[in-house]
Ligand binder design. Structure first.
Ligand SMILES: C[S@@+](CC[C@H](N)C(=O)[O-])C[C@H]1O[C@@H](n2cnc3c(N)ncnc32)[C@H](O)[C@@H]1O
Length: 381
């Protein structure tokens, strides 16, 4: 893929951009298959799910740098100076069209970009999410609340430029550390959630909740998990690390108790809202669906009995030994492990010798990088 930023040496984020996309996909598949082969000889790999090679990132995490009158929106270079990436080909038109207005907003609201080398300034990042229906969520990550009043004052201007701007918020991240966002969030719009409709399921995203980076590929992932759950037809289902409930809501069925577990109370509130809306619409599959705010490991090991099928979708660090070994010794007959890190996936599977990996599939959420999402269905021997 041609990218002016890569070719001119201004951005190196897409480390394998020079490799033709079909080869990228084949290499990723081969790498994850090689990692799992010793643990699961004869594992069946379903055809990889490819992404669109451009315009697939529905979530933009842009560093703001430069000056109030000439801000950059993109990344920092090795010297800590800003590189503007507003025309990055990974972003769909709905995000690309928003970036120039967000840059103008910096000037209008006099938001001083934070300078990492000088430890001065207020605005660190602008985080933008695009919903499938074209709605936008914009979050400004600030060092303090100093600029909050000016953001409020000029927000109506921004909403005029971006009529699909549905949720706007300010996050405060006071520390001089490479952390994307802090704990404190102030929502500035009447609406607090962006509706991400995936396979007909309305997932309600609040500012601080996780959502997959590539909505189209995420939709394929949820469909695959639904197929594996349908094949297992479990009497009960857990979705550990459930976020806003994608797997749990796709795996619900009449008469099936489903529990999602997640540490983010905001994400749990969103998942409950989807369940309640669907219940109100007469969807009987939601009658036994519940969501719990808790640590997945602590919660799971406290339960007297495991669900018959368990979906796990942890962050890059994986499940770890305690939960992996607990799953291995539990009564679950099916485990679906969706992972964005093949190394921790392979490590965790080694702690589950009683479960056999039956089928797996690569979901390419992150083209032009070596990262990929792999999902595996394991069954008790
Ligand atoms: C890779 S995301 C997956 C989210 C969700 N399954 C989805 O499809 O969008 C991992 C999720 O795990 C949550 N998380 C992180 N540590 C956790 C823990 N110890 N217990 C439960 N959830 C945790 C994060 O907040 C995040 O929502």
């Amino acid at each position: 893929m041609f990218c002016e930023y890569y070719d001119s040496g201004r951005c190196g984020s897409c480390t394998i951009i020079e490799t033709p996309y079909p080869q990228q996909l084949a290499h990723k598949q081969a790498r994850v298959a090689a990692l799992l082969e010793p643990l699961a000889p004869g594992l069946t790999w379903l055809p990889s799910v490819a992404s669109r090679p451009t315009e697939f990132r529905t979530k933009a995490k842009m560093v703001v740098a430069g000056t109030i009158d000439a801000p950059t929106i993109g990344i920092l270079d090795a010297q800590g100076e800003g590189q503007d990436l507003r025309e990055c080909p990974l972003y769909p038109a709905g995000l690309a069209a928003a970036f120039p207005h967000l840059a103008t907003f910096v000037t209008l609201a006099r938001l001083e970009p934070y300078s990492v080398p000088h430890r001065r300034g207020e605005l660190k990042h602008v985080l933008v999410t695009l919903a499938p229906n074209g709605d936008l969520m914009v979050r400004w990550v600030l060092r303090s609340t100093e600029a909050l009043a000016r953001i409020r004052k000029h927000l109506p201007w921004l909403m005029e430029q971006l009529p699909r701007l549905t949720v706007a918020s300010v996050n405060v991240q006071a520390e001089h550390k490479a952390i994307l966002e802090g704990d404190t969030e102030t929502v500035l719009t009447d609406r607090e959630t962006l509706t991400m409709t995936v396979n007909g399921v309305d997932l309600h995203l609040r500012p601080q909740s996780f959502f997959q980076t590539n909505t189209d590929v995420a939709a394929s992932l949820y469909r695959q998990a639904s197929t594996w759950i349908d094949e297992a037809a479990p009497a009960s289902l857990w979705d550990l690390y459930c976020g806003v409930g994608g797997f749990a809501l796709h795996g619900a069925a009449p008469g099936r108790p489903v529990t999602g577990v997640e540490t983010s109370a905001q994400a749990v509130a969103s998942a409950r809202r989807t369940r309640d809306d669907r219940l109100a619409g007469g969807d009987s599959a939601m009658e036994q669906v519940s969501f719990v705010t808790d640590d997945a490991v602590a919660w799971a090991v406290r339960q007297a009995d495991a669900a018959q099928a368990i979906v796990v979708n942890p962050p890059r660090r994986g499940l770890g030994e305690e939960l992996s070994r607990w799953l291995d010794g539990s009564g679950a007959s099916t485990v679906i492990y969706s992972s964005c890190n093949p190394d921790t996936l392979a490590r965790d599977m080694a702690w589950m010798p009683s479960l056999t990996a039956r089928e797996a599939r690569l979901f390419d959420m992150f083209p032009h990088t070596t990262h990929g999402e792999a999902a595996v269905v394991l069954q008790r021997r």
